[in-house]
Design a protein around this ligand. Structure first.
Ligand code: GLN
Length: 556
């Protein structure tokens, strides 16, 4: 934060910067396109890092509603960020940190703090150039920390929006300093209006002109559409968008996003980027690209289905919304499924259904496994608790993530220990048996309403109990996982819970915080909950071991 803002004349000469911007509409897969570009360059031997820029004022994504903005992804250093950061980590199989995530709020906050510290030497601090200069400083910081020779930078939003103009300005300034080091990708959308039946290029033409008005000419257009782009459309885009025809890349809808890096290479995108920015790279078939292709094939070839019910709230706003709210969970299940040769089929069930009518629980009998992801608040919670009970009694594999673990403990306390009113203060602070309690460190935050970035966040170590399901699944005695919570198992109840058979198989190194609860294999095929979020560390080329253990028990 304290770095001086004097613009550097030369950007680190061997580093290339690839900006990814969006045209026409949002939600066309800019994040996946950016991740795929990063992946193909990594497979060409480059050290690649990726940055997401979100144009909103929020300091992070932690305070935003996941049904509107998608999942809040958590990095190892505890940064609560956009779900695209998860895509980057998964595609690149690397761990990123908060320097890889930028919001307008963060940029302005740094500039204002610096002004208060007299770091601008008496100058008038202005939106231009000081804000774009801070953007550039952050890009260079991420580059230096990763020692990267390629930085992929995704600018959120669509061109033409007021919100992302200053980030485009930063890209323009970087290109002005060294045109050979900056490459701009426009991911645009080509609609096929149903009554017209023909793919339309005009919205993309406008988008490119709007980008031109920011002083930027795209180097390539990635044309997203339902179907493949034909030659005529390529010619039109080339002519009117001022881009050579071979730099218009067709990117039709695909069944699996893991095919996209492979498709980009087929369209020549890797060579094109390297040629334009004058970057030498290794195009030989390497271990990374081989493994990627093997995984991408498994996605298509895994035919045997395993049926998993995902139970929670947030599911009543329409399918497209919900899948975004739990993106990492879905991906984690897929990686463990495909890598075990099965195709996971997820059914989203709103827990409120079980509150309305307990008989609905029978619907769960047809599933091979039940998963309850993280969550907050009191809505739908009684329904989830009855689902946990159903899974326990009927020996259906159950995997609870964060809130899903806390509710497992509440269910056990109520129905096995007989503590009928067992609860968490999040649902009923007046309960006499708060088997889940507020963490000591969180009391002040909650009382003073200091809710932004104050949960127990990111990496913490846990020690595993020898011979437990968790320890056997991980194959190690010590783990580090990512967290996001304010509540924890109340230690006053641990003895009672353990006496009745629940095993706390993972704890913090000092033994004070319960990280994993499970039933032994002799009592249940898989009944396990984690206080942390294992989904944030699941990768296509490194599936998460707990998810794999869950999937294996579902297959059985
Ligand atoms: N609401 C619970 C807590 O804050 C669980 C959080 C979560 O599932 N991420 O502890």
């Amino acid at each position: 934060m304290g770095a001086k803002v004097t613009p550097k004349k030369d950007m680190k000469s061997d580093c290339k910067y690839i900006f990814v911007v969006g045209g026409v509409i949002s939600g066309v897969g800019k994040g996946v396109a950016a991740s795929s570009i990063a992946r193909i360059l990594q497979d060409r031997g480059k050290n690649v890092t990726a940055i997401k820029i979100d144009p909103y004022i929020n300091i992070d994504a932690g305070t935003m509603n996941p049904t509107e903005h998608g999942e809040v992804f958590v990095l190892g250093d505890g940064d609560e960020c956009d779900q695209d950061m998860g895509n980057y980590e998964r595609f690149l199989n690397v761990n990123l940190t908060r320097v890889n995530y930028m919001t307008t709020g963060r940029v302005y906050q740094s500039v204002i703090n610096r002004e208060r510290n007299l770091e601008y030497g008496g100058k008038c601090v202005e939106v231009v150039p000081h804000i774009p200069l801070e953007v550039i400083r952050r890009i260079e910081e991420a580059r230096d920390i990763a020692n990267a020779n390629v930085v992929v930078i995704e600018i959120g939003g669509t061109v033409g929006e007021y919100q992302n103009m200053l980030f485009l300005e930063a890209a323009r300034m970087m290109k002005l300093r060294d045109s050979k080091s900056v490459f701009v990708v426009m991911v645009s959308y080509l609609p096929v209006p149903s009554k017209v039946g023909e793919m339309k290029t005009k919205p993309t033409q406008y988008a490119v002109r709007t980008l031109n008005a920011s002083g930027i000419q795209p180097d390539v257009i990635i044309a997203r559409s339902q179907v493949k782009l034909d030659d005529k459309r390529k010619e039109k885009l080339s002519m009117f968008c001022n881009v050579p025809k071979d730099r218009v890349i067709s990117a039709p809808d695909v069944d699996s996003i893991y095919d996209i890096p492979i498709n980009f290479e087929k369209e020549g995108l890797g060579d094109m980027i390297c040629n334009v920015v004058d970057m030498k790279c290794d195009t030989s078939d390497n271990d990374g690209s081989r493994k990627w292709k093997i995984f991408a094939n498994k996605v298509h070839n895994s035919k045997k289905e395993v049926n998993i019910a995902v139970v929670g709230k947030y599911f009543d706003t329409g399918d497209f919304v919900l899948s975004d709210s739990y993106l990492s969970v879905i991906e984690a299940i897929k990686y463990s499924g495909y890598n075990n040769g099965v195709k996971p089929v997820l059914t989203w069930i709103n827990s409120i259904d079980f509150e309305k009518n307990k008989a609905n629980l029978k619907r769960l009998s047809k599933f091979d496994g039940i998963l309850v992801p993280g969550g907050f608040g009191s809505r739908g919670i009684e329904g989830i608790i009855s689902v946990v009970q159903y899974a326990r009694v009927n020996k259906i594999p159950y995997f609870g993530l964060c809130y899903g673990m806390q509710l497992l403990v509440i269910e056990y306390a109520r129905n096995v220990l007989g503590l009928r009113d067992a609860n968490t203060p999040e649902v009923n602070p007046k309960s006499k048996n708060l088997v889940i309690n507020v963490m000591d460190s969180q009391v002040e935050n909650i009382n003073k309403n200091k809710m932004g970035g104050t949960m127990r966040l990111g990496d913490y170590k846990a020690i595993l109990k020898k011979g437990s399901m968790a320890q056997i699944s991980y194959g190690s005695n010590e783990i580090v996982e990512r967290h996001r919570h304010r509540y924890e198992v109340n230690n006053a109840y641990i003895k009672q819970l353990e006496d009745k058979g629940l095993v706390f198989s993972g704890t913090s190194p000092d033994g004070k915080l319960m990280e994993i609860a499970e039933l032994p294999k002799s009592k249940h095929p898989f009944f396990l909950g984690t206080q942390f979020h294992p989904e944030f560390l699941a990768r296509p080329l490194a599936p998460h071991k707990l998810f794999s253990a869950f999937i294996k028990s579902c297959i059985k």
